[in-house]
Ligand binder design. Structure first.
Ligand SMILES: Nc1ncnc2c1ncn2[C@@H]1O[C@H](COP(=O)(O)OP(=O)(O)OP(=O)(O)O)[C@@H](O)[C@H]1O
Ligand SMILES: [Mg+2]
Length: 237
C-alpha cells in the first residue's frame, strides 16, 4: 500500500563527475519504491549522451533513473529536459552544439515532477560549481545557481579516496555560503583500490560538522543494503 507523505525534494550533487550520483540515486529510488513510497528521480540536463544510429541522443542516466522507479511507461521527457552529446559541462557542451539551455525550463521540469511524486531526487551534473546553463557572452549559471532557484536541500555524493576531504569541505562550505541546506554526505568507494586515507574520512568530516549519512563499499551489488538507512532518513526527514 502506498504511504502518504508530504512532497519532499532533494538535489543530488557530487564532488566530481563519475562519483556515483546516478548509481546511488537509482538505488535510493528503488529502496523507497520498494518501501511503499511514491518516489522518482530526474536528470534535467544530461551531457555525454550516446548518439543512436537514428541520430537521436540516448540519455543513459535519465533512462536509469526512470527504470529505477519502475516508470518505463512514462515519457522520458518527464525525466530530462536537455540532452547533449559531448561529455562536457552542460553549458559548454551546449555552446559547442549551438544549443541554448534555459534554467527556467529546468526549474519547470522539477516543478512538474514534484506534482507527480511524494519524494523527488534531482540529479545535477558533475559537481556544484559546474557551468550548467547560460553562455560565455551573457554569463553562466552553475549547478549551485540551479539549486538556489529550486530552494531544496542537497545530498552530496563523494568519492571515498585521497582528496575527498578537500572536495567535500569545499562543496559543503559553498552550500553554506549560499544558505543551501546540506542533508548529508555519502562516501562512495567507486574505486576498487582504496588506501588507508579512506578509513578516517567520516570521522574527520564529522569534526567539521559534516553529516556523513553512509559509507558505501566497492561493488554496486551491495549498495542497496548500505543505503537502507539513508532511504529511511530521506523519507522521514
Ligand atoms: N560503490 C561502487 N562500487 C563500484 N562501482 C561503482 C560504485 N558506485 C558507482 N560505481 C560505478 O562508477 C561509475 C560512475 O557512477 P555514476 O554513473 O553513478 O556516476 P555519476 O556521478 O552519476 O556520473 P556523472 O557525473 O557522469 O553523472 C559507474 O560505472 C558505476 O557503476
Ligand atoms: Mg550520473
Amino acid at each position: 500500500m502506498r504511504k502518504p507523505g508530504l512532497q519532499k525534494t532533494f538535489f543530488v550533487t557530487g564532488t566530481d563527475t563519475g562519483v556515483g550520483k546516478t548509481t546511488v540515486t537509482g538505488s535510493l529510488v528503488r529502496l523507497l519504491v520498494a518501501g511503499g513510497h511514491r518516489a522518482r528521480a530526474i536528470k534535467p540536463i544530461e551531457s555525454g549522451c550516446r548518439r543512436r544510429p537514428d541520430g537521436t541522443l540516448e540519455p543513459s542516466d535519465a533512462l536509469a533513473l526512470r527504470r529505477a522507479a519502475g516508470l518505463e511507461q512514462c515519457p522520458l521527457e518527464q525525466f530530462i529536459r536537455y540532452r547533449l552529446a559531448e561529455p562536457l559541462a552542460p553549458a559548454v557542451a551546449a555552446e559547442r552544439a549551438g544549443v541554448s539551455l534555459d534554467l527556467t525550463a529546468c526549474v519547470e521540469l522539477v516543478r512538474a515532477a514534484q506534482d507527480t511524486t511524494d519524494l523527488l531526487l534531482v540529479e545535477g551534473a558533475g559537481g556544484l560549481l559546474v557551468p550548467f546553463t547560460g553562455d560565455a557572452q551573457n554569463g553562466y549559471q552553475t549547478v549551485a545557481d540551479f539549486v538556489t532557484a529550486l530552494g531544496v536541500p542537497v545530498l552530496v555524493i563523494a568519492r571515498a579516496r585521497l582528496g575527498t576531504l578537500n572536495h567535500i569541505l569545499l562543496t559543503v562550505r559553498e552550500l553554506d555560503r549560499r544558505g543551501i541546506a546540506c542533508t548529508g554526505v555519502i562516501l562512495n568507494a567507486v574505486d576498487a583500490e582504496t588506501g588507508p586515507e579512506g578509513e578516517d574520512n567520516a570521522r574527520v568530516l564529522r569534526t567539521f560538522g559534516v553529516r556523513v549519512l553512509a559509507e558505501l563499499p566497492y561493488g554496486v551489488a551491495r549498495l542497496e543494503t548500505s543505503l537502507t538507512n539513508v532511504a529511511r532518513y530521506l523519507a522521514e526527514s
